[in-house]
Write a protein that binds this ligand. Structure first.
Ligand SMILES: Cc1ncc(C[n+]2csc(CCOP(=O)(O)OP(=O)(O)O)c2C)c(N)n1
Ligand code: SF4
Length: 294
């Protein structure tokens, strides 16, 4: 029987030793996301030489530095742009973006929207903690209404950005959202994302006890995790209640964040069309060249 790989082997194989310890606070969910990605890569049998990582700026964007694979730690909000260039330069690479909700949907929102719309081939692992963690707790566009942040001391009065629903509406090939306290589903979704042609978004709800939790009476990790449990609902259960439930049941789930797989479509990624066009133009130029040199 082949040797079973365990959690320690996984960490030894994929973590970049010299970069440890990580900057993550106790109870931060970002470490779970690293672990899940390692398991997904291992279970798919992808060689790390065939992986390129990209990230912007933020606690979540530090992740590529901790991984034994080539990576780009770029400028705030621009990870997807760098990832697009990487994929264009080497179509054989599995391009993975690690980004935060601030990085990806605040400053980088337009890159995100258009990459999803164009179905650009990459897997985006977006760590949504409702806050700008690294810079001490400014309000992110994903913060639920009423959230307290340094820039919203009396409570957030804005509607939250629903990232997964937006990506699905834009036609991204694969979209899933899971809280990090479910270990199995995120691994499965990262595997599905990596196996999908086109744009894959895996939104992981990742607790930030330091910058979000403390201000919102969710500083204790068990309280924070219970909040996720109480405020999320599986997409299938939500649909069932909205179709067959009583009015009271509908009201009870209306504001919950749906979790699960929002979209899984088999469709051409941007670069398949792009390379087809490049080939067509090269053949045309070749034919023209032969014509001229006759
Ligand atoms: C152009 C620019 N604007 C602002 C900043 C400051 N900045 C650095 S990280 C960050 C927020 C990161 O938040 P998020 O992406 O949600 O990641 P988290 O730290 O929560 O994981 C900000 C505003 C910057 N580095 N560059
Ligand atoms: S500030 Fe928040 S996001 Fe940053 S490492 Fe600490 S817990 Fe994680």
């Amino acid at each position: 029987m082949a040797d079973m790989i365990n959690a320690n082997d996984i960490r030894t194989k994929y973590l970049r030793d010299g970069m440890l310890p990580t900057i993550f606070c106790n109870g931060c969910g970002h470490g779970n996301a690293i672990d899940y990605t390692f398991w997904a890569i291992e279970e798919l049998g992808i060689d790390t030489k065939d992986i390129a990582l990209a990230s912007g700026i933020g606690c979540s964007s530090r992740i590529p530095g901790y991984v034994n694979a080539d990576g780009l730690h770029t400028t705030h909000g621009r990870a997807i742009a760098f990832a697009t260039g990487t994929k264009a330069a080497n179509p054989d690479l599995n391009v993975i973006v690690f980004t935060g909700d601030g990085d990806c949907t605040g400053i980088g929102g337009n890159h995100f929207i258009h990459a999803a719309r164009r179905n650009i081939d990459m897997t985006v692992i977006l760590l949504n903690n409702f806050i700008y963690g690294m810079t001490g707790g400014q309000l992110a566009p994903t913060a639920p209404m009423g959230s307290i942040a340094t820039t919203a001391p009396y409570g957030n009065i804005e509607q939250a950005f629903n990232i997964s629903e937006l990506a699905a509406a834009l036609g991204a090939a694969y979209v899933a959202r899971w809280p990090v306290f479910y270990p199995y589903q995120p691994i499965k979704s990262i595997k599905e994302g990596l196996s999908t042609e086109g744009f894959a978004l895996i939104e992981l709800m990742s607790p930030c006890p330091t910058a979000y939790g403390r201000r919102n009476k969710l500083g204790k990790i068990d309280v924070l995790w219970n909040w996720y449990e109480d405020n999320t609902i599986l997409i299938e259960d939500y649909k069932k209640i909205m179709t067959y439930g009583t009015d009271d049941e509908k009201v009870a789930v209306m504001d919950k964040l749906q979790i699960g797989v929002f979209q899984q479509e088999s469709k051409k990624g941007f670069f398949e069309e792009y390379w087809k066009m490049v080939e067509m133009l090269m053949e045309r130029d070749d034919a023209k060249h032969k014509e001229v040199s006759k």
